[in-house]
Design a protein around this ligand. Structure first.
Ligand SMILES: Cc1cc2nc3c(=O)[nH]c(=O)nc-3n(C[C@H](O)[C@H](O)[C@H](O)COP(=O)(O)OP(=O)(O)OC[C@H]3O[C@@H](n4cnc5c(N)ncnc54)[C@H](O)[C@@H]3O)c2cc1C
Length: 186
């Protein structure tokens, strides 16, 4: 919708599934942009039921994290630059192709498992630790992008959690980096 109306920015996030509330809570983004950079305000409901408007001075966004952690994000205001709708649509299509080329072709997966720790991609660290293709049960580390874990038929939640533990300990032992999960585990 943004691209067709000539509003530039969001075309860089094409291919990231989810709703606006989820994207703002975790500051969803690509390697070059994230939703927080265009967000200038949000209306939230607190845990006591109070409706509060938070302006840009109140909002803080960092890598896959934001200060928007209230009970419900009700509304958000985003500010974009104007650009040519045709050019934006083309950029969006290119970004879509690039994004899809880095994702698993088959199987179930939940996006990237780990945050990129300061300037290095988690996927390259997992690869450097020799973990590409590693599997536990029916959950495997993706060959295309080592930060994806693909659940094959019959996969158990415990397989995924064990694989996450294995990756964290191996990357820490071999490369001295503590990977922090990007997904929420509860
Ligand atoms: C194939 C694939 C590719 C992906 N690629 C990327 C990527 O490139 N970059 C990236 O950042 N992420 C990526 N993800 C992860 C995911 O799509 C994003 O994190 C997305 O923003 C999550 O949105 P959601 O609506 O699914 O949120 P959910 O996972 O449903 O929720 C995330 C959190 O936000 C909270 N939340 C949701 N809505 C609200 C609301 N209205 N008010 C308050 N809290 C709320 C939830 O309680 C939860 O804590 C990918 C996932 C998949 C499956």
């Amino acid at each position: 919708m943004c691209a067709s109306q000539g509003l530039a920015g969001m075309e860089q996030l094409v291919g990231i599934p989810g709703v606006v509330g989820g994207a703002l809570h975790g500051n969803a983004g690509s390697h070059v942009a994230d939703i927080g950079q265009w967000t200038v305000g949000a209306t939230v409901m607190t845990r006591t039921g109070e409706i509060v408007v938070r302006d840009s001075a109140d909002l803080h966004f960092s890598h896959r994290d934001s200060s928007l952690n209230e009970l419900v994000i009700l509304e958000a205001e985003l500010e974009f630059e104007q650009d040519d709708p045709h050019a934006l649509t083309q950029k969006m299509q290119q970004n879509w192709i690039v994004a899809k080329a880095k994702q698993p072709i088959i199987g179930q997966y939940a996006g990237c498992i780990f945050k990129d720790p300061g300037g290095v991609s988690a996927s390259s660290l997992i690869e450097d630790a020799g973990l590409k293709g590693e599997r536990i049960g029916e959950v495997a580390i993706c060959e295309r992008n080592a930060n994806f874990m693909v659940a094959e038929p019959g996969a158990q939640c415990d397989d995924l959690l064990s694989l996450i533990d294995l990756v964290r300990s191996r990357v820490s032992e071999q490369l001295g980096v503590d990977l922090e999960p990007q997904i929420e585990i509860w």
